[in-house]
Structure formats: structure tokens, C-alpha cells
Design a protein around this ligand. Structure first.
Ligand SMILES: Cc1cc2nc3c(=O)[nH]c(=O)nc-3n(C[C@H](O)[C@H](O)[C@H](O)COP(=O)(O)OP(=O)(O)OC[C@H]3O[C@@H](n4cnc5c(N)ncnc54)[C@H](O)[C@@H]3O)c2cc1C
Length: 384
């Protein structure tokens, strides 16, 4: 039976960062990665941004093999036996671990209708499929105005496609941005030629003559060829729970990213951790967290860990606009905007009880560390 000093379940950015950190801390211990994705680890953010602006697909690969990790691709781990310290996959192979990292990420929420005309945009294969479809003059409908919906809507439009966005909320990014900015984005997307329908959700989907008829909650009927759904993800906790690992909105970890089960760790999109700066537990679905937390978990597994106290930043690109942000971006908090140019360049602060909880750096670059230092204080980035 194959035996690994370090075994990682999941083959995303968290797994990659963990494998590289393990190798730095322990040059000898063997590392195995079991991943249900048929491709080796790659960066996901370019799949909805840079690749649509002409960047080469070659740039996405993380080259995890440089850490000497053995990749077992296209295999799903189906069971963990924490007593025997083994993991079994869907092909019936069982491997032994000394230290196990769960970096299983999340699965997109799905709609009830089973049709392959809906793409739940998450993987490199999803990108390739959508890219091939976007070569044809088809009609695209994007469901949701969150991170994935807003980026994919822009990407499809940038390559000249006919795009409708169906957004149940009142604006684009309405769960993150203050209402005025979210409304500005609706107008901005419309100027770019996207048909944005806000306050309007999906009622039914009916396949018809090769198309799908989308009926909206306002009664409109829109025939489309392809639907891209950006409905958020759910953390993949089943495997962990079956092994007795505690989960509650993600796998619960301590400051060294250990779960309640000895020698089992978790990190990345799937992990729920305490952040001392915010004074609360959070689960973060962003690249900086995948990279930083993955590396921290790797060090922890190799015995050189220190508490994970990092407050991750996140970012996005929307046509020619872009932002970086840190902390809690919840428009239900008190917000204060300082625009150099309205909605084009500025900073938005999110306050609670007189303290900064989050900072949005809108087309404002190189300020993430300053913004992070403000979290929990009463301070401002820009005087005035
Ligand atoms: C299109 C897209 C664009 C994004 N853009 C940005 C951005 O601009 N900025 C930003 O900060 N973040 C962005 N993100 C989010 C960021 O990519 C994620 O936070 C990051 O990928 C999380 O990495 P992860 O390794 O924790 O999880 P995942 O990337 O979900 O990887 C989990 C891996 O586990 C595998 N797996 C799951 N269960 C099993 C199992 N039982 N057995 C074996 N393998 C399993 C999956 O196949 C997958 O390979 C984007 C995400 C997407 C999808």
C-alpha cells in the first residue's frame, strides 16, 4: 500500500501552496496529492479575466511537481479512516498518511434543471467549454451578479458576445458594494452593451428546440443558447464529516489549521478559521487566502507552523475597472466613500461601532497593507 508522510486531498491553489511549503520545511518527506480535477493545479482567477484578454493558457499552471509531489489526478477521495490513517479513492485505491490536509474547496450551487446548457463556472474545463462556445454567435445568459457572474458577464462581452445578466438583487456586486456603486456598475455594464436586468430572478427554465427559454420572476421570456450560473459555492465538507471532522460553514480549524481529528488539517476555501483582527471566525473564498493558508498549513504539517493570523485580501476586474479589498465588505455596515473621481477611483470604508471592518480600494493600487492595518482602528487611508 502506498504511504505518504504528507497527503493532500484536493488539487487547487491551496494544495499547491501547501505542497511547496512542505517541501521547503521538509526536503525529504514524500507528498501525495489526490485530486478529482483531471488537470494539475492551476490558478483560477485568470479563467474569468486574463485569459479572455489574450493571456496565454500556459500562464495558469502552478507546476506543483517542482515540489516533488506525486499527483493522482482524476480521482475522488471517498473515505478517510482516521484510526488506520488511510484515504480511499473512487477507484478503490487506499493510501496511508502520516499528516493529511483537506483542501477540497467548494462546489458550485446548482439549479434543479439538468441540462448541459448550464455551465457552473469553476474549472479549467469550464473555461475551455465556455471559450469554445463563445467562438460562436450564441446568446448567453449569466445568472447572478456576484464575483463569478460579474466577471464572466464582462469576459463574454469583451469578446463581443450577446450577454444578458439576470440579477435578483438591485445591482451588480450588491452584497459587497454600497448601493450607489452597485447601481453605477449596472449603468457601466449597460454602456458596455450588456443587457443587465436587476431585481429579477430566475423562475423557470424550459428546453426548447436546442435553446433554453428562461422565464424570469417578472414574467419575461428570454430564449438563450448557454447559461452560465454564478450562484456561489458550498464548501466540500462531506468527506471530512464522514471521518468525524467538525464542520460548520466549512471545516473548523484552530490557529495551526488543525481540525479536531489528530493529524488532519484543512485550509483554503473549505476551511473556517478565527481571524484575530476581525475577532470572528471566517471562511474566505479568495486566492490570497488559498495561497497564504495553504502555505501555513504545509508548514504546520511539517512541524514549523506558526499561528495563521493573516487577513487575506481579494480582488476583481470588471471591464476596465478593478479593485482590491480587505476585511468585511458588507454594505449593511456603515459605509463612507472617498472618491478622487466618482466611482472611477477612490476608497470605501466599511465601519461598525466606529471601527473600520473593511476597506475597498477601487482602482486604487498598492495600498493593501495600509488598508489591512486600518482594520479594527478608527483610522482613514487618505486624510480628509
Ligand atoms: C473563475 C474563478 C475566478 C476567480 N477569481 C478570483 C479573483 O479574481 N480573486 C480572488 O481572490 N479569488 C478568485 N477566485 C477564487 C479562488 O480561485 C479560490 O479562492 C481558490 O481557487 C480556492 O482554492 P482551493 O484550493 O482552496 O479550492 P478549489 O480551487 O476549489 O480546489 C479544490 C480542489 O479539490 C478537489 N476536490 C474536492 N473534493 C475532492 C475529493 N473528495 N477528492 C479529491 N479531490 C477533491 C477539486 O477537484 C479541486 O481541485 C476565483 C475563482 C474562480 C472559480
Amino acid at each position: 500500500m502506498t504511504s505518504y508522510r504528507y497527503l493532500i486531498v484536493g488539487g487547487g491553489m491551496t494544495a499547491d501552496a501547501a505542497a511547496k511549503a512542505i517541501r521547503e520545511a521538509d526536503p525529504k518527506g514524500n507528498i501525495g496529492i489526490i485530486s478529482s480535477d483531471p488537470h494539475p493545479p492551476y490558478a483560477r482567477p485568470p479563467l474569468s479575466k486574463a485569459l479572455w484578454k489574450g493571456e496565454s493558457e500556459d500562464t495558469i499552471w502552478k507546476h506543483t511537481e517542482t515540489a516533488g509531489a506525486e499527483l493522482q489526478l482524476g480521482r475522488r477521495a471517498t473515505a478517510i479512516d482516521p484510526r488506520k490513517k488511510t484515504v480511499t479513492d473512487n477507484r478503490g485505491n487506499t493510501v496511508v498518511y502520516e499528516k493529511l490536509l483537506l483542501a477540497t474547496g467548494g462546489t458550485p450551487r446548482r439549479l434543479p434543471l439538468q441540462t448541459d446548457q448550464i455551465i457552473y463556472y469553476r474549472t479549467y474545463d469550464d473555461y475551455r467549454r465556455l471559450r469554445a462556445l463563445a467562438e460562436q454567435k450564441l446568446k448567453f445568459l449569466v445568472l447572478g451578479g456576484g464575483f463569478i457572474g460579474s466577471e464572466v458577464g464582462a469576459a463574454l462581452r469583451m469578446v463581443g458576445r450577446d450577454v444578458t445578466m439576470l440579477i435578483p438583487e438591485d445591482g451588480i456586486g450588491a452584497r459587497v458594494f454600497p448601493a450607489d456603486l452597485s447601481q453605477f456598475l449596472v449603468d457601466y455594464y449597460r454602456e458596455q452593451g450588456v443587457d443587465v436586468r436587476t431585481g429579477e430572478g430566475l423562475a423557470t427554465l424550459t428546453p426548447s428546440a436546442g435553446k433554453v427559454i428562461v422565464k424570469t420572476t417578472k414574467g419575461a421570456e428570454i430564449p438563450v443558447d448557454v447559461i452560465v450560473a454564478g450562484l456561489g459555492i458550498q464548501p466540500n465538507v462531506d468527506l471530512a464529516e464522514q471521518a468525524g471532522v467538525h464542520a460548520e460553514n466549512g471545516i473548523l480549524v484552530d490557529e495551526l489549521l488543525r481540525t479536531n481529528v489528530p493529524d488532519i488539517y484543512a485550509a483554503g476555501d473549505v476551511a473556517n478559521f478565527y481571524n484575530p483582527q476581525l475577532g470572528t471566525r471566517i471562511r474566505v473564498e479568495h486566492e490570497d487566502n488559498a495561497n497564504s493558508m495553504g502555505a501555513a498549513a504545509g508548514r504546520s504539517m511539517a512541524g514549523t507552523g506558526t499561528p495563521y493570523t493573516h487577513l487575506p485580501f481579494f480582488y476583481s476586474d470588471l471591464f476596465q475597472l478593478g479593485y482590491e479589498a480587505v476585511g468585511e465588505l458588507d454594505p449593511r455596515l456603515q459605509t463612507e466613500s472617498e472618491w478622487k473621481e466618482p466611482f472611477r477611483e477612490g476608497v470605501v470604508y466599511y465601519h461598525k461601532d466606529g471601527r473600520v471592518r473593511g476597506v475597498l480600494l477601487w482602482n486604487t493600487w498598492g495600498q493593501v497593507d495600509h488598508a489591512r492595518a486600518l482594520i479594527g482602528t478608527a483610522g482613514h487611508l487618505v486624510a480628509g
